[in-house]
Design a protein around this ligand. Structure first.
Ligand SMILES: [Zn+2]
Length: 275
């Protein structure tokens, strides 16, 4: 499933290509993905020009010159490819956006959990998908004070707290496990037992693991085919996730990595390094 770093990689990839380009045509090949595609979507975006492309949580947002925003979510298996013309429709392409200068975006999604919609840019933050989103992990507002404030008095495991989108967006299961290992915190530790020092370490680890993954995701991308939904090269760099029974990577430790289930999700940790 595409996570924050993969979505950021897609945004970085399409931004330089479609910025300032005019949308000539929006073409759908299906009436419903996860949600029905708005019937008037094409008339609301055609003839307008892209002003900015950015990411919020796991949404790709394309702002347009007509004060509307085109929002795309990749769902479970969504990918975006950029092609030079729309002559060839790939298997599972459900919509395409034709820009001037023969630039075409195709949205490919075998499982159809992705979605697209258009809304007024001014009311985007109040949209039902956006209104309850927490802070972005890579901005300054997400700091040790913020996290400490969120965790204090909470009787739920720290892993659940950092994965809760209403507090912080984009920290998926893999990144949560990795960041907790990097900061020496046991995934089941209760929020109320997180200290200021823990909070500092955890914030730093979350930012670091996401940045590292964005960097590596970017390197798996080439010019014409932008693929998300894959972990890029980051999957080869995991410390604990999926490594049950293997030795801890810290040379002074080498204890076996343990898997437990917290809130129905697998969590991996080192019983020596994480308390
Ligand atoms: Zn260890």
């Amino acid at each position: 499933m595409p996570e924050l770093p993969e979505v950021q990689t897609v945004v970085n990839g399409i931004k330089s290509k479609i910025n300032k380009h005019k949308i000539l045509r929006f073409k759908k090949y299906i009436s419903k993905l996860r949600y029905p595609i708005q019937k008037n979507l094409s008339s609301k975006v055609e003839s307008s020009t892209v002003t900015t492309v950015f990411r919020r949580a796991k949404y790709i947002i394309i702002n347009l010159s007509n004060n509307r925003s085109l929002v795309i979510h990749l769902g479970m298996s969504g990918r975006i490819i950029i092609v030079k013309n729309n002559k060839k429709k790939f298997k599972h392409t459900h919509f395409s956006i034709l820009f001037n200068k023969n630039l075409v975006i195709q949205f490919i999604d075998p499982r159809r959990f992705g979605y697209i919609f258009v809304t007024e840019t001014a009311s985007l933050e109040k949209h039902r998908f956006f209104v309850n989103l927490g802070v972005e992990p890579l901005i300054g507002q997400f700091n040790d004070r913020y996290l400490l404030n969120v965790t204090k008095n909470k009787k739920s495991p720290i892993k659940n707290i950092i994965m809760n989108q209403k507090y912080i967006v984009g920290v998926g299961n893999i990144y949560a496990s990795e960041a907790l290992f990097m900061s020496g915190i046991h995934p089941s530790r209760l929020g109320k037992d997180i200290t200021k020092r823990d909070s500092e370490k955890l914030v730093r680890a979350i930012k670091s693991v996401l940045k590292k993954s964005i960097k590596l995701g970017g390197s798996s991308i080439n010019d014409h085919t932008m693929v998300s939904g894959k972990m890029g090269y980051f999957q080869n760099k995991l410390y604990v996730y999926g490594r049950e029974g293997s030795k801890c990577v810290k040379r002074s430790c080498q204890s076996p990595i343990i898997r437990i289930v917290i809130a129905q999700r697998s969590s991996f940790y080192c019983s020596e390094c994480q308390r």
